[in-house]
Design a protein around this ligand. Structure first.
Ligand code: FAD
Length: 485
């Protein structure tokens, strides 16, 4: 019998659930990847994610060939390409790792139906998360909507799994063991980026695609994981792991990452950093779970009363939004963060919170606008985490920031980039300002500005909003909704 492993957001050749089962359960196992035209046609031609995927696919194909197999690569509509390939190769079952996004679920269901018509099964596996939506439930068997009890239940479940199987839970799927099942099939066709409508960005992205790049980042992070709790909030410091894009496209294994965190947690001095980091990975599972149980969060507030909020509208709102997108709000930390996003496709977590709060609670713009901009720009864009992050900042989500807690962008800047190092990296025109001045240049007098050779409104924008005024307006905006309910 023949199997076909369909790679999607799991672009690695090791510790891979679907690949393992596809090999184990068949005599001949084929592998494929589809550059899905239905998704790609909506992306800009310089989309960094496509570059990342492309690099990852080249490497994956090579690695699969090294193992004795290969990777069939196609450009087209997956609804059509997968059943066509299955029919052509005489496949009995297509193996996939489960994808939890609503559109992907619809696609997989449709593909399954088409495959059934040709007598082929679609078999799916858990791979992308540690625990799926219904594996961590409350005592009354209901899904959680608050993070801390979810996390406690998640950790308890993990502990019981580990005890039960003496770390068996983390044992990587042994791909090599079944490598002789790979079908000998060389297919050298590889659509070029240009053929698919994309530019080849030679110098981009800064973040390299592929498994090797992912493991290099893991190695690098291991040395500083114990410091994570102290460093993760400071954007000028190399604190976080920068693994999000690799988690997004599966060039690293989340099981392996969790096993590393657990191992580090067993060493006393590593406890703090590793357990804080593990919490972040649990947030990732949490938001996948929320998206599954509450698909309405796509486009709507988790907490429906917040859908009644009257956001700024019209040309005025468009202009404010554009200034935010372009990093021209006049608030240095916000602007530097937006430049980081626009230039690299990445933004530090603290800054995601700061700019989201600024857009929603200083500029009064609908959080969905910001969510959409992040979706376009973030190299690690994940519907569940992005939506969760935006709803957190808008106070409309599950376990969100209370609506009356409004970040002060200047205080955030003083606290998390106290010396202005991060700001200077992205706004060199402010480099002449000292650590005290850099957070709010409009408060400087003419002599200080002249000494710094800075002309506000020319070299750097005047602030587009006054935080104290905006804050009151936002409280009012939210209070109306609160009173109505
Ligand atoms: P680390 O600090 O090293 O964390 C390790 C991993 O944990 C991350 O790679 C990520 O997979 C996961 N993680 C960390 N924080 C969160 C979180 N709050 N929610 C879910 N998972 C988390 N993360 C995305 O992966 N994709 C997004 O589209 C995304 N959009 C966001 C939007 C907003 C408004 C906010 C506030 C946060 C968003 N995050 C998103 C979460 C977080 O900012 C990023 O995961 C993190 O900055 C990625 O950097 P890192 O890999 O160095 O993270």
């Amino acid at each position: 019998n023949k199997s076909l492993v369909w790679f999607r957001r799991d672009l690695r050749s090791f510790d891979h659930a679907a690949l393992f089962h596809g090999l184990k359960q068949a005599k001949q196992c084929y592998c494929c990847f589809i550059f899905d035209s239905t998704i790609l046609q909506h992306l800009p031609e310089d989309d960094r994610r496509v570059q990342f995927i492309y690099q990852s696919i080249l490497e994956l194909r090579q690695e699969l060939e090294n193992l004795g197999g290969g990777l069939i690569v196609r450009y087209g509509d997956a609804h059509i390409e997968i059943p066509q390939l299955a029919a052509k190769l005489g496949i009995d079952a297509v193996f996939i790792n489960r994808d939890y996004e609503p559109q992907a679920k619809e696609r997989d269901l449709a593909v399954q139906k088409s495959l059934q018509k040709i007598g082929c099964q679609l078999l799916s596996y858990k791979d992308q998360v540690i625990f799926e939506q219904d594996e961590v439930l409350s005592l009354s068997a209901k899904p959680f909507s608050v993070f801390t009890p979810y996390k406690n239940a998640w950790l308890k479940k993990l502990a019981s799994e580990i005890e039960g199987g003496a770390d068996f839970y983390f044992k990587p799927y042994p791909i090599e063991k079944y490598a002789q099942q790979f079908a000998v099939h060389r297919d050298d066709f590889m659509p070029s980026l240009q053929e698919m409508g994309f530019q080849s960005l030679e110098n981009e992205p800064k973040l390299k695609g592929g498994m090797r790049a992912g493991s290099a980042l893991i190695e690098d992070f291991l040395d500083r994981m114990d410091q994570y709790g102290n460093t993760r909030d400071f954007p000028a410091v190399k604190g976080p792991s920068y693994l999000s894009v690799h988690l997004r496209f599966g060039t690293v294994s989340v099981r392996y990452l969790v096993s590393l965190a657990v191992r580090q947690m067993r060493t006393a001095n590593q406890l703090q950093g590793a357990s804080v980091w593990l919490s972040e990975l649990i947030w990732r599972d949490f938001y996948f779970m929320i998206l599954h149980h509450h698909p309405r969060v796509v486009g709507h507030a988790f907490n429906p009363e917040y859908d009644a909020i009257q956001w700024e509208s019209g040309e005025h709102a468009q202009a404010l939004f554009q200034a935010w997108c372009d990093g021209k709000t006049g608030y240095p930390l916000v602007d530097a963060a937006m430049h980081q996003l626009n230039q690299s496709g990445y933004m530090h977590n603290r800054l995601r919170m700061v700019v989201a709060s600024f857009l929603i609670k200083d500029l009064g713009i609908d959080w969905r606008w910001g969510e959409a901009y992040f979706a376009l720009k973030l190299i690690d864009f994940d519907l569940s985490a992005n939506n969760g992050g935006w709803q957190w900042a808008a106070s409309s989500g599950c376990d969100a920031q209370p609506y009356f807690r409004i970040f002060n962008p200047i205080t955030q800047s003083e606290k998390f980039d106290s010396e202005g190092k991060f700001i200077r990296r992205y706004l060199p025109q402010l480099a002449t300002l000292n650590a005290k001045q850099i957070h709010a240049p409009w408060t400087l007098g003419p002599i200080e500005l002249a000494a710094a050779k800075l002309q506000l409104g020319i070299d750097y924008p005047e602030p587009i909003i006054r935080h104290d005024v905006a804050r009151l307006k936002t409280l009012e905006r939210y209070n109306i909704v609160k009173k109505a309910n």
